[in-house]
Design a protein around this ligand. Sequence first.
Ligand SMILES: [Zn+2]
Length: 393
Amino acid sequence: MPAKLLSFSLVQGLALNDVAIVKIDAVNPAGLDAHSEATLAGKVAVVNLPDFQAMPQTEGMHAYEQWQALVTKLATYKPALLLLIDRAHPAGNAGGSGRLVDPDNSKETTAAMLRITVHSPQAIQALDALGADGGAARVKINLAAPHERDVKLRNVIGLLRGSDPVLKNTYVMVTAHYDHLGVKGGAIYNGANDDGSGTVSVMEIAAALAGMKQRPARSIVFMTVFGEELGLLGSRYYGRHPVFPIKQTVADVNLEQVGRTDSSEGPQLNNASMTGFDFSDIGPVFQRAGKLTGIKVYKNEANSDFYFNKSDNQALADQGVPAHTLCVAYEYPDYHAPGDHWEKVDYANMAKVDRMVALGVLMIANDPVAPKWNAANANTTPYVEAMKKQAAQ
Ligand SMILES: [Zn+2]
């Protein structure tokens, strides 16, 4: 997947001369209520960036969703620039050499508001000294267009061709993301559980199913994708440029965090949860596979629906394919931290979970009736619509 590497979120140069500053209290959701296009258009909006990483995992994700909604609303007021104050990372966010931009994603490359993150304590001090509203300060900025270069990234795909003369032209997908956070602040983020565990599980399940004497009726696509942590880049690319027709793709089971059992909800032995559990009839299939292999497959009441759009299954669901993520632990120590190491994976439990997943995938691949979205669940409406659109093509 070719992508462009940019510094900042700028896709062009920026020149501002004698522009007013407006400070916005974004931590307080009502902070934006005092503003409108009349107060912000053409000005520099200064906002404190919340420290999402310092929050417990799910709380941080909820806060990030609220933050994104706020920034989306702010963009409609057309400020010339959004200046984000990052007090948590005085040495920068160690993102290093730039930022990946998906060239297909027009939302990101054209509609996004220009934004610059300020890390320098001295610069933050100067901004703080301006008082609550920004005072009479004026801004002058001249930035050249950022340096862009193309980079090539890859999704990795394997195919087990089905045996049925008709059903072999339909596909069941098993996916996981092979990227993690890379190197930040000198520390290597290995991501053994997120998502080394899913990646090796896809390979193990592929090897096991490819070794069977009788091939499954439908074809099975095993795919590991790039860039989940950067916003589902690889899976969204596949959604737009599928190798096998989406219309003939009957399901995707995405594997995330299937290795560690030391969940913050307590030990998770012999069980696995599926996101969007009652969004389609895939959950019950895996529940049956679990009964036969000693794994309880369940709906996590607090997390099942919330995490549905947090992983690569979302990119397939948006195309209409019934798609879910299966995990063992939603939250665990070392989530997105350098301590997510291989020694902490429970390999015996992961092997059992993988056997259950392999059987569930096989059940779908051998069933002449394809899985369906549960249209009675209002959450599925956009996916049901997308599926209809695919069918009509
Ligand atoms: Zn992940």
